[in-house]
Ligand binder design. Structure first.
Ligand code: ZN
Length: 241
């Protein structure tokens, strides 16, 4: 099976469409949450995901947009964008987001937006947190998002040690002891590379490939401006910050 693995779309339809085009062919779309929030096209992004064979979990922005998370941990820009998203969501989009689970177990795979330990809030960006997650769960590979930065961490069960693997374009073997993988963000990358970030996973070849694809950033920015979304959220897209 060939999966397109995506996360943190954040209502950026232009980026999502560029990724879906570049990722072809794939059998299933695996989405690690934060479909909405920040960007201008929440309903369109939900509808687009819906048109594919899809496995999807909820992110903190998705939960906030349907009123299941209080916004006190969001900064003012995030809060403003989230209120805008709430008002914008159609009945169908709200139903779709309401049905998303916080985690999904697919055989030896575990999907969680933040981390297996704390699917909604934890930013799994360090070896310390990786170790904590490896020790407390029995997944072979966990897929996470939330940080908006591509990442691969390997676990050595004998030594009980976690180490970073290079998160670049060359294919990575899934036939490792244990792994935590983050495909980066489709709609708002934060690693100083503004191109949309995603991954292709092939479970027959047991391979994982980090991918980047350019998209029309100005188009998304223009749409955000028309929606009256915060300036800082509009500008950051062109820097990948
Ligand atoms: Zn996010």
């Amino acid at each position: 099976m060939r999966y397109a693995v995506i996360s943190d779309i954040h209502s950026n339809l232009t980026a999502l469409d560029a990724v879906l085009e570049a990722a072809r062919p794939f059998d299933v779309l695996l989405c690690l949450g934060d479909v909405v929030g920040y960007g201008p096209d929440p309903n369109e992004c939900v509808a687009r995901l819906h048109s594919y064979p899809l496995t999807c979990i909820a992110g903190n922005h998705d939960l906030a947009a349907i009123g299941q998370l209080d916004l006190s941990r969001f900064n003012p820009d995030e809060r403003q964008a989230n209120y805008w998203t709430r008002d914008e969501l159609s009945r169908e989009s709200r139903d779709f987001l309401s049905d998303l689970p916080n985690t999904i177990k697919l055989g030896s795979f575990l999907l969680a937006h933040g981390s297996p330990v704390n699917p909604v809030w934890e930013y799994l960006d360090s070896l310390y947190l990786a170790k904590d997650n490896f020790m407390r769960f029995d997944f072979q590979t966990a897929f996470v998002g939330h940080t908006h930065i591509a990442l691969a961490i390997e676990w050595d069960s004998k030594q009980k040690e976690a180490s970073f693997l290079q998160a670049n374009a060359s294919a990575l073997s899934l036939a490792k002891d244990r792994l935590i993988l983050n495909p980066g963000s489709v709609g708002q990358p934060r690693d100083d590379d503004p191109r949309a970030s995603y991954a292709i996973m092939d479970t027959e070849k047991m391979s994982w490939e980090f991918r980047r694809t350019p998209y029309n950033i100005e188009r998304t920015q223009k749409r955000m401006r028309n929606c009256g979304l915060p300036k800082r959220l509009i500008e950051r897209l062109q820097y990948g910050w």
